[in-house]
Write a protein that binds this ligand. Structure first.
Ligand code: SF4
Length: 241
């Protein structure tokens, strides 16, 4: 049960109303408006993090010595199973210059591996391409990983080539389900054939890329026949040349 908070239970911290800690009650506060302009935020002060405590472990990107970066917040899609569109109503991006300059500063001090934690970095194709064009232009000696997932049907051969030339080494794409009915139920509405073309292209043209695919099995109402469609889709990709 949620309890509306009595105004006297607020205290002001950093000019914001903040709930006083009281573990005996559950407090409900108003939703905080989403920040549209992400360029207002300063770069993360990485010196406050003791990376030596983390570097020797394999991280989300599947590699050691990677540093997380974030260029966007939110996602314009509304997949049924996902929490992102509920917690971040709009998709907002940092400008390419703002984001690139942070990456460049980190690369200049020796960071080689960047792990994008964006929910769907390539949803704005132009911004994605411009970022990697800057990486190429400025000859950043870095590797990029996308463990949280890219939208495969928004990729094309030209963009993939630019991303790989710019140092992308880990591409994680989302299928979730190959059956059209399940795509509708999930509200994903992915162009499954286009994703298949993209996967095939990456395996043929860039076999050194660590390519991974997200898929769901056992989603409510899924039939055995539909489950097989997803398995057959996965099998139809020649994963290792
Ligand atoms: S595209 Fe990805 S991040 Fe966006 S709503 Fe769907 S699952 Fe969530």
């Amino acid at each position: 049960m949620q309890v509306q908070i009595d105004p006297v239970d607020y205290e002001i911290v950093a000019n914001r109303k903040t709930v006083k800690q009281d573990l005996s009650k559950i407090h409900k506060t108003d939703p905080r408006p989403q920040t549209g302009d992400l360029d207002i935020f300063p770069y993360v002060n990485r010196s406050l993090i003791d990376y030596n405590r983390y570097h020797h472990y394999i991280g989300h990107a599947g590699v050691k010595y990677s540093m997380a970066i974030q260029a966007t917040r939110g996602c314009p899609y509304k997949c049924f199973y996902c929490d992102i569109y509920k917690t971040s109503e709009n998709h907002n991006r940092r400008s390419v210059e703002h984001f690139f300059n942070e990456v460049r500063q980190l690369a200049d001090i020796g960071v080689k591996r960047f792990e994008f934690i964006d929910d769907i970095f390539n949803v704005n194709k132009k911004s994605c391409r411009e970022f990697f064009e800057l990486v190429i232009k400025h000859k950043l000696d870095a590797q990029f990983f996308f463990p949280t997932g890219l939208k495969g049907d928004l990729l094309d051969e030209e963009l993939i080539d630019i991303m790989v030339e710019g140092g992308s080494l880990g591409l994680n794409l989302s299928l979730e389900h190959a059956a059209p009915r399940m795509q509708e139920i999930m509200r994903k509405r992915l162009n499954v054939d286009k994703l298949h073309d993209v996967l095939t292209y990456i395996t043929k043209k860039h076999p050194h890329v660590n390519l991974t695919l997200n898929a769901m099995h056992g989603f409510p109402t899924e039939t055995e026949e539909e489950a097989m469609m997803t398995l057959n889709f996965i099998q139809s990709i020649k994963w290792i040349d």
